[in-house]
Write a protein that binds this ligand. Structure first.
Ligand code: AGP
Length: 577
């Protein structure tokens, strides 16, 4: 989703700004832009293509710039709507992440005389600055935004008469980095390697940076600014011979699993889970699918009452038990829906354990306990290794809190998992059959249904094929009406207690003309099954199955020639509600 970066220096900043912008690409965007301030004149370049295209057209450099990758929310993808966005008199300019909920009311209350040139909510902020600045200083105007704006916003703003970048933050991430220059950005990944210190802004912070210094304030006058040492994040962003990051990230799973055999979890986390009588898991998208697996592990392995909730649907009421614990799962650590859910949980004084792939994240900061899944940076928008590893963390915790020894079972997987790639050709065969189809259904029961949910999400995200997953028993209660001779149904069978029931449902769809494929464990397989894998522990089969369903989505999207790592309309880090 949108990314922002601003740099102020005694040297030219084009290189670091564009490099930073490129590192924000993985978040997903549909247009981008940059503005330099040179001798009190703005110079703006925009593109509705990729950053490469933007860079080609930039013909100047300078010591002060703000830049943006936009993921359209208000207003179509167009050069006008791309940021940076000018105030109507072109005296001020802004880049903004987030959504202003009361922008229409602001227009009506303060900005009736203003002409608007874009369809964005952002233009309201910059015209409001112009309006406020007629009566007070720029810094006071920035501070007043907190009283007027409703919604989420991280903004960088320039007044063309000042060599400064003003900033303000509410519920969207913003980080101030100190390297050879001062940099302010929405994502720690965008900071240059030679950054020495950084500060993660809190809601209510505002101020400005200049070429030599910064001024930082908080609306509540809290003196809490905590500057941290920056260690260059050691992440490898080379493709290492793979065509796409998604493929590379799936292939990383076997190696990453090795680190889990002897993984230690903090005693206080174990004790908190042990002492809880209910475990509530909250997450979005693929992380929600992992949370559903987690709920199954905690209920079936640890015998604790556990439920998974979708973050955006999460409502907290008074019925939660005193001894309940909340576990939140997020790859990015910045998902707005989950951040909102955590705020609700914290207001009721419950403790939160975060399972996340990003150490320096808002979700870590909001939580009482943090477990880093250490998957390494995940660049492809479609989450793969993070799903597998966060599910594994929950499997381990579910066992540890009831003193189950799971090491032998996990070692068996770790030692054998690489052979899963031997079925690649079989996966490709299915992929080539489904690539030109419009609909596909996954069918499972129990843990297999939960895996089908993720299989279906992964496929639709990158292939754009309409896909749904059904619990096999539920099929006959309505969805079977969809089945015809043009239907494709994929069954996943890993759980002996449900295998026959899934087979029955597959027979039902077959007899109505559907083409079926089955992915099964050896001991539950029939000769006619499409992909048969070695038997693993029932609760650990999600590891090989997750790799298969991820590869199936990948090869299907590859056949279709889609932009696999940056699928249309999607963002890696969903920072708006
Ligand atoms: C995963 O493939 C998706 N891109 C998406 O569903 C994602 O899992 C969801 O937006 C949650 O993100 P998070 O894990 O970073 O919180």
């Amino acid at each position: 989703m949108c990314g922002i970066i601003g740099c102020c220096s005694n040297h030219n900043v084009l290189h670091n700004t564009i490099n930073g912008l490129k590192k924000l690409e993985y978040r997903g965007y549909d247009s981008c832009g940059i503005t330099f301030l040179l001798n009190k004149e703005f110079h703006t370049f925009k593109s509705i293509k990729r950053i490469e295209d933007l860079s080609k057209n930039i013909n100047i450099d300078g010591g002060l710039a703000i830049a943006h990758t936009r993921w359209a929310t208000h207003g179509k993808v167009s050069l006008d709507n791309a940021h940076p966005i000018y105030s109507s008199d072109k005296k001020y300019i802004i880049v903004h992440n987030g959504i202003i909920e009361n922008y229409l009311k602001i227009k009506d209350t303060y900005l009736k005389e203003y002409i608007f040139y874009t369809e964005t909510d952002t233009e309201v902020i910059i015209n409001l600055i112009d309006y406020l600045n007629k009566k007070c200083t720029m810094l006071e105007s920035i501070k007043r935004l907190y009283e007027i704006l409703e919604g989420t916003y991280a903004c960088l703003i320039i007044d063309k008469n000042e060599d400064k970048i003003y900033f303000i933050k509410n519920k969207s991430p913003l980080i101030l980095g100190f390297s050879n220059e001062l940099i302010i950005t929405s994502d720690i990944l965008a900071l240059p390697k030679n950054t020495k210190k950084y500060y993660r802004l809190k809601d209510g912070d505002y101020g400005y940076i200049t070429k030599d210094t910064y001024s930082l304030f908080n609306i509540n006058d809290q003196n809490h600014f905590l500057f941290l040492d920056y260690y260059p994040l050691n992440y490898d962003i080379s493709l290492k011979g793979f065509k796409h990051y998604m493929e590379k990230e799936i292939y990383e799973i076997p190696d990453l699993l090795h680190n889990y055999i002897n993984k230690k979890y903090e005693n206080r986390i174990i004790n908190t889970l042990k002492n809880s009588n209910k475990i509530y898991l909250v997450a979005s998208g693929t992380s929600f699918n992992a949370a559903s697996l987690g709920a199954l592990f905690f209920s079936q392995i640890s015998k604790k009452e556990s439920y998974a909730f979708i973050s955006s649907e999460f409502q907290i009421d008074n019925t939660y038990d005193d001894k309940a614990i909340f576990v939140v799962i997020s790859q990015s650590g910045e998902t707005a829906d989950l951040i909102k859910a955590i705020s609700k949980i914290k207001k009721k004084n419950y403790e939160v354990i975060a399972i996340c792939n990003v150490e320096n994240s808002t979700i870590k900061e909001m939580s009482d306990y943090f477990i880093n899944i250490n998957a390494g940076v995940e660049i492809a928008v479609a989450s793969t290794k993070s799903y597998t590893l966060s599910s594994l963390v929950m499997y381990q915790l579910a066992n540890i809190i009831v003193d189950n020894d799971y090491k032998e079972k996990l070692t068996d997987i770790v030692d054998n998992i690489s052979s899963i790639f031997d079925v690649k050709d079989k996966i490709k065969k299915i992929a080539s059959y489904i690539s030109n189809k419009e609909h596909l259904y996954y069918l499972g029961k129990g843990i297999d249904y939960l895996l089908c949910n993720e299989a279906s999400l992964k496929l639709k995200e990158i292939s754009y094929i309409h896909s749904e997953s059904f619990p096999s028993g539920e099929l006959k209660h309505g969805s079977i009406a969809l089945i015809s001779s043009s239907s494709i149904v994929i069954g996943i069978i890993t759980d002996p207690s449900n295998a026959n029931l899934i087979r029955n449902s597959l027979e039902e769809v077959k007899s109505r003309g559907a083409k079926t494929y089955v992915i099964s464990l050896e001991s539950l397989s029939l000769d006619s099954d499409s992909i048969i894998i070695k038997d693993f522990d029932k609760y650990l089969s999600f590891i090989p199955i997750s790799i298969i369903i991820q590869l199936l989505a990948y090869f299907t999207a590859l056949n279709l020639g889609n932009d696999i790592d940056k699928p249309r309309n999607l963002a890696k880090s969903v920072t708006v509600e």
